[in-house]
Design a protein around this ligand. Structure first.
Ligand code: FDA
Length: 510
C-alpha cells in the first residue's frame, strides 16, 4: 500500500509538471465529487455497483494539453487509461478495469461547429450523437443530418471509432464512412491530425475501436442531405395478428425496398403473446410511403393514420421511444440527462432469412422465462449504401451479403442487479445458441459497438498473441483484423493502449 501511495504521488507530481491546469480537472478518490463524476457517464448500471473496480483518478480535461499530460504520466507510472466519451460500452470497458487505471472522461470535449455551406462539421468526442444532429438541424434548417445510431445519448467518441449506424444506414451507410479528418493524442502524447497520423492510423480509428490506438478528441465529418419532411410509424402486430408471417415477409423485402425506407421490427413478449413492433423512418412524405408499402409490404396493412410526418431531427426523438406526442421535446437531444439502466446485449448478422418455422423456437424461449424476465430482439435492415461500400474501405467490414443485423437486448429496473443479470444473461445466451444455425458463419460475425466479451477476450492484462485475439478480432473485423494489427504494431508496439478486446501488436516488446 505504501508503495502504491508513493506511485500515486509520483503520478500526481508528473501531472502538475506537465500541465498548469490539471488540478482543476483531476478527481482523486478523496475528492467529494469523485463518485458523482465517476457515475455521471456510466450508462449501464451493472458497472456502477460498489463491487466494480474504481479508477485511481478521473480527469475531465478541457484542454488537449491535459490529455497529453495524462498519457505521458500514465505511461511513465504504469497506469492504464480508460477513455470515456458517452459511457455506453456494453461491457463497461470505458469505466472499469482489473488493472490499476485512470479514466480520461471527455465530457467537457463536446463542442460542435457546423459549416452549412461546406456541408461539414467538426465534433468533439464527448458530444452525444443527439446533440450533434440537433445542432446540424438547427444550423441547416432541417436539411442536413449525420447518419448515427438510434439512441441519442450515445457518445461520438465510442460510436464513430466503432463504426456507428442507425436509421440512415440504408441511405448513407455508417457514421465512420463519412469521417474526413480527426484530431487525436497518440501513445507518445503527440497531437495528430489526418496528415500527421498518416492514412493507416486514420483508417484504423474509423471502425477499429479507438481505445486500441489513442485518444481521439475530435472528428471532421461530411454531412448528408435529408428532406424537410420525413414520415415515421410504429405498428404492433401480435401472433394472433399474423406477426410470424409478417416478420417472415419482412426478411425478404427489408434490404431490397427503396433506400429511403428503413423498417426495423422489435420482437418481444407481452403477456401470453409475442409482439412484433414494426418501426420505420421514411425519407419523404406519407403519400409516397404508402405507395411504396403497397408495392412491397401490403401485408402489414399500413394506413395513413398509422403514420406521422415530422422533421428528421424530431424523428430521432420519436425512434428513441416510439411515442408521438403533441410537441416533441428537443431537450432530449440537447441535454445529457438520460435514463440509466442495467442492460446486456449481443449481436448477430444474417446472410439468409430465418426459416418461418424457426420463429416458434424463439417464441418458446421467451415463453419459458418467468414473468420478471423479458428481452427484445431488434432486426436492423441492411441493403442500400451500407452494402455498397467495400469490406476493407474502413475496419467496419459487415457489408454486401448481410440482409440484417439482429440485436439481442435485455434491460431491467430496480431489481437486485445480480439476480436479474443472471436470469437475463441466461435468456440471451439461450437465444444466441438457438440462432447458431441461422446466422453468419465462419466467422459468426459481431459488431464491436455491441461489445460482447462472450466471443473471446485478451487476458486480464490485455496482453495476448495475435492468434488468440483473432478469435474475437475476426468476428468484429473479418480480415481487416490483420491490418489493424499492422497499424497497432506501427503506432503502439508496446501495447500501452489496451483492454480486454484491444488489438494486440505483433511481437510484443515488453
Ligand atoms: P464509451 O465512452 O463507453 O466508449 C466505448 C469504447 O470506445 C470504449 O472502449 C472507450 O474506451 C472507447 N472510446 C470512447 N471514446 C473514445 C475516444 N475519444 N478515443 C478513443 N477511444 C474511445 N450503436 C450503433 O451503431 N447503433 C445504435 O443504434 C446503437 N444504439 C445503442 C443504444 C444503447 C442504449 C446503447 C447502450 C448502445 C447503442 N449503440 C448503438 C452502441 C454504441 O454505438 C457503442 O456502445 C459506442 O461505443 C458508445 O460510444 P460511447 O462514447 O457512448 O461509449
Amino acid at each position: 500500500v505504501a508503495l502504491a501511495a508513493e506511485n500515486h504521488e509520483t503520478f500526481l507530481k508528473c501531472l502538475s509538471l506537465q500541465s498548469d491546469t490539471i488540478s482543476e480537472v483531476l478527481y482523486t478518490q478523496n475528492n467529494a465529487s469523485y463518485s458523482s463524476v465517476l457515475k455521471a457517464s456510466i450508462q449501464n448500471l451493472i458497472f456502477s455497483t460498489p463491487a466494480n473496480p474504481k479508477p485511481l483518478f478521473i480527469i475531465t480535461p478541457f484542454h488537449v494539453s491535459e490529455i497529453q499530460a495524462a498519457v505521458k504520466c500514465s505511461k511513465k507510472n504504469g497506469l492504464q487509461i480508460r477513455v470515456r466519451s458517452g459511457g455506453h460500452d456494453h461491457e463497461g470497458l470505458s469505466s472499469i478495469s482489473d488493472v490499476p487505471f485512470i479514466i480520461i472522461d471527455l465530457i467537457n470535449f463536446s463542442e460542435i461547429s457546423v459549416d452549412v455551406e461546406d456541408k461539414t462539421a467538426w465534433v468533439e468526442s464527448g458530444a452525444t450523437v443527439g446533440q450533434l444532429n440537433y445542432r446540424i438541424a438547427e444550423k441547416s434548417q432541417n436539411l442536413l443530418a449525420f447518419p448515427v445510431g438510434t439512441c441519442p445519448s450515445v457518445g461520438v467518441g465510442g460510436h464513430f471509432s466503432g463504426g456507428g449506424y442507425g436509421a440512415l444506414l440504408r441511405k448513407y451507410g455508417a457514421a465512420a464512412d463519412h469521417i474526413v479528418d480527426a484530431h487525436m493524442i497518440d501513445v507518445k502524447g503527440r497531437f495528430l491530425n489526418r496528415e500527421s497520423m498518416g492514412e493507416d492510423l486514420f483508417w484504423a480509428i474509423r471502425g477499429g475501436g479507438g481505445a486500441s490506438f489513442g485518444i481521439i478528441v475530435s472528428w471532421k465529418i461530411n454531412l448528408v442531405a435529408v428532406p424537410s419532411t420525413v414520415t415515421v410509424f410504429a405498428v404492433p402486430r401480435t401472433l394472433e395478428q399474423n406477426a410470424t408471417k409478417l416478420l417472415n415477409k419482412w426478411q425478404y423485402i427489408a434490404d431490397r425496398v427503396h433506400e429511403d425506407l428503413f423498417i426495423s421490427p422489435f420482437l418481444f413478449r407481452e403477456n401470453s403473446t409475442m409482439v412484433s413492433l414494426f418501426t420505420s423512418l421514411f425519407l419523404g412524405g406519407v403519400d409516397r410511403l404508402l405507395r411504396l408499402m403497397q408495392d412491397s409490404f401490403p401485408e402489414l396493412g399500413l394506413t395513413k393514420e398509422d403514420c406521422k410526418e415530422m422533421t428528421f431531427v424530431e424523428s430521432i426523438v420519436y425512434l428513441d421511444g416510439f411515442e408521438i406526442r403533441e410537441s416533441i421535446d428537443m431537450d432530449v437531444l440537447r441535454g445529457r440527462n438520460f435514463p440509466k439502466r442495467p442492460f446486456i446485449g449481443k449481436a448477430d448478422y444474417l446472410t439468409e432469412p430465418i426459416p418461418e418455422e424457426a420463429f416458434q423456437g424463439i417464441y418458446d424461449i421467451f415463453f419459458e422465462q418467468d414473468q420478471k424476465t423479458n428481452g427484445l430482439l431488434v432486426f436492423f435492415p441492411y441493403g442500400g449504401k451500407i452494402s455498397e461500400i467495400s469490406e476493407s474501405e474502413i475496419p467496419y467490414p459487415h457489408r454486401a451479403g448481410n440482409i440484417y443485423t439482429l440485436l439481442y437486448y435485455a434491460e431491467w429496473g430496480q431489481e437486485a442487479i445480480d439476480d436479474a443479470y443472471q436470469r437475463h444473461v441466461n435468456m440471451l445466451r439461450t437465444l444466441f445458441n438457438y440462432m447458431t444455425p441461422y446466422v453468419a458463419k465462419n466467422p459468426r460475425t459481431a459488431y464491436i459497438n455491441y461489445r460482447d466479451l462472450d466471443i473471446g477476450t485478451n487476458n486480464k492484462l490485455g496482453h495476448t498473441s495475435v492468434q488468440e485475439a483473432s478469435v474475437w478480432g475476426k468476428k468484429y473485423f473479418k480480415n481487416n483484423f490483420y491490418r489493424l494489427v499492422h497499424v497497432k504494431t506501427m503506432v503502439d508496439p508496446e501495447n500501452f493502449f489496451r483492454n480486454e478486446q484491444s488489438i494486440p501488436p505483433l511481437n510484443l516488446v515488453k
